[in-house]
Design a protein around this ligand. Structure first.
Ligand code: PGA
Length: 269
């Protein structure tokens, strides 16, 4: 794929990535107000930022209409199948059809509550790629695994099928330690840096270079700058704090305060 084609397919290329994951929160009124606020504040968002909002499925179209292209849409979950008798599921093609350019896969809540294993996760990611949607693959260790010093091994396991996506998938990986999600606890920036270096090594072993890495887990407007300042971090995945439009905007604005906020994810490196 040429650089021009990549830039069209992957709007995050060369940018810092900010992903809001609303999970199963919100209402029609909330989506309309949130979208209107993002549109109104659009001019304050740095050109170096790629902003993605993953709303619950039923609200994607409302959000799309409200933001008018000011931010990108992301799905929270899509099926392994392309179509057919799968009650309650949304296919990757449907996500693309409704305007999603990005799609979460492998979130720890999906892994834990809906028993999605690494095979299912990579299948979902493949469907997204086939539909022209960039997968944001979430990985991370539990508290117990961390205490047992198993983090590197767990990350290896979670990424073991990743080469089937191939080098032109536009893949983004989000490191989200399970113990940091929704708990107010975070690893130190030093820890994140070390873990991201391990993830780069694993991805390289699978022939995937220059994959943007996000940090996620209790990111707030107070701590986002500490993670974004690391050259090993190309963006953040934000849950709880993304439900407050102004806090999410403040998180994006952290980018302006970081001197070395330039691009880390060029494919030309
Ligand atoms: P949190 O969630 O920011 O509320 O910890 C992050 C996530 O689950 O993606």
């Amino acid at each position: 794929m040429s650089r021009e084609a990549q830039e069209v397919a992957w709007p995050h290329l060369g940018k810092e990535i900010f992903v809001a994951n609303w999970k199963m929160n919100g209402s029609l009124a909330f989506v309309e107000a949130y979208g209107a606020r993002l549109l109104e504040q659009h001019s304050t968002i740095s050109k170096k930022a790629c902003v993605v909002v993953c709303s619950p499925t039923p609200y994607l179209k409302t959000l799309r209409d409200a933001v008018q292209g000011a931010v990108f849409l992301g799905s929270q979950n899509t099926a392994t199948a392309q179509s057919g008798a799968f009650t309650g599921e949304m296919s990757a093609n449907m996500a693309a059809d409704i305007g999603c350019r990005y799609g979460l896969v492998g979130h720890s809540e999906r892994r834990r509550l809906y028993h999605e294993n690494d095979t299912i996760v990579v299948e979902k990611a493949l469907r997204l790629v086939e539909a022209g949607v960039v997968p944001i693959l979430c990985i991370g260790e539990t508290e117990e695994q961390r205490e047992m010093n198993e983090t590197a091994e767990v990350l290896h396991q979670q990424l073991r099928h990743i080469s089937s996506l191939g080098p032109t998938s536009g893949l983004i990986v989000a490191y989200e330690p399970v113990w940091a999600i929704g708990t107010g606890k975070t690893p130190t920036p030093d820890n994140v840096q070390k873990t991201h270096r391990i993830i780069y090594e694993i991805l390289e072993e699978h022939g995937l270079c220059n994959v943007p890495l996000l940090y996620g887990g209790s990111v707030t407007a107070t701590n986002a700058g500490d993670f974004l300042a690391l050259k090993e971090v190309q963006g953040v995945l934000v849950g709880g704090a993304s439900l407050k439009t102004d806090e999410f905007l403040q998180i994006i604005q952290c980018l302006d305060k970081i001197s070395q906020a330039s691009v880390h994810c060029s494919l030309d490196q």
